[in-house]
Design a protein around this ligand. Structure first.
Ligand SMILES: Nc1ncnc2c1ncn2[C@@H]1O[C@H](COP(=O)(O)OP(=O)(O)OP(=O)(O)O)[C@@H](O)[C@H]1O
Length: 232
């Protein structure tokens, strides 16, 4: 199978702190991949390099055969780990903003997702709770017809009901022609949607593989394996 992401010898340092250390990773097209690791393991740094926000210190990163840049930004739909909307916006404004900005925005899908998330178009962005904001951000990100979706901690800080809704929205809107990278440390809630998992420890890939194969080989859930590796 073709790789949508190819990473070789990737290192990133912040001054003298090494956040990623000679990391190698391939991500196959059509897969949902969980990047798992505790705080400080390098997840966000890796995502920021993939999305072109940060430059690597060393190594090679290819997305659909291209280095992060104008082309890759046009095929990657990215959910950052914090809110990215302006305070003056209503939900409708946010949708229009996204539609103007991205050629691949599917307005029909966006309205269907809003209904599913029980969000109303005339709501002000500032009036939304944390969970509602996360649902809106995810609606926008999933409404693009992207080749690669990158979701950084999509369910952090939201209640269990919102969490389930967000997971359902991810599963229902995922199509086999695209790929998805999701970072999380809430492994138990998310493990069932992953095809493959990558355990990141101190900026290195500690273990990676097909989630089902790992469950069989290790005789435990990915969540239990996570606790064993990271001692949480
Ligand atoms: N701007 C920065 N300046 C200095 N050090 C940084 C910076 N950003 C991250 N780091 C360090 O790099 C390491 C990896 O951080 P990163 O944010 O990538 O981890 P993470 O796995 O996303 O963590 P979390 O789950 O807490 O978001 C950490 O040790 C962190 O302290």
């Amino acid at each position: 199978m073709r790789n949508i992401v190819e990473i070789k010898g990737l290192s990133k340092s912040y001054f003298n702190k090494k956040a990623l250390n000679n990391l190698a990773l391939n991500i196959e097209e059509g897969k949902v991949v969980g990047i798992l690791g505790p705080n400080g393991s390098g997840k966000t740094t890796l995502i920021k390099i993939l999305t072109g926000i940060l430059r690597e210190t060393k190594g090679e990163v290819l997305i659909d055969g291209h280095e992060p840049g104008v082309y890759t930004k046009s095929i990657v739909s990215y959910l950052p780990d914090r809110n990215f909307l302006y305070n003056w916006m209503t939900i409708q404004d946010a949708l229009s903003f996204y539609k103007d900005f991205y050629k691949d925005f599917n307005e029909k899908r966006a309205y269907e997702l809003l209904d599913f998330m029980k969000l109303k178009r005339d709501m002000k962005v500032t009036s939304l709770s944390k969970g509602m904001t996360e649902k809106l951000n995810l609606t926008l990100v999933l409404s693009r017809n992207a080749k690669l979706y990158i979701l950084d901690e999509p369910i952090a800080g939201v209640d269990p009901v919102a969490r389930d809704q967000i997971l359902d929205a991810i599963i229902n809107n995922y199509n086999e022609n695209s790929s998805m990278i999701i970072t999380t440390h809430l492994v138990r809630d998310m493990e069932n949607i992953f095809d493959d998992v990558v355990f990141l420890r101190e900026g290195e890939v500690y273990l990676t593989g097909n989630a089902e194969t790992l469950r069989e080989e290790k005789g435990m859930q990915i969540d239990e394996l996570y606790k064993e590796i990271f001692g949480e």
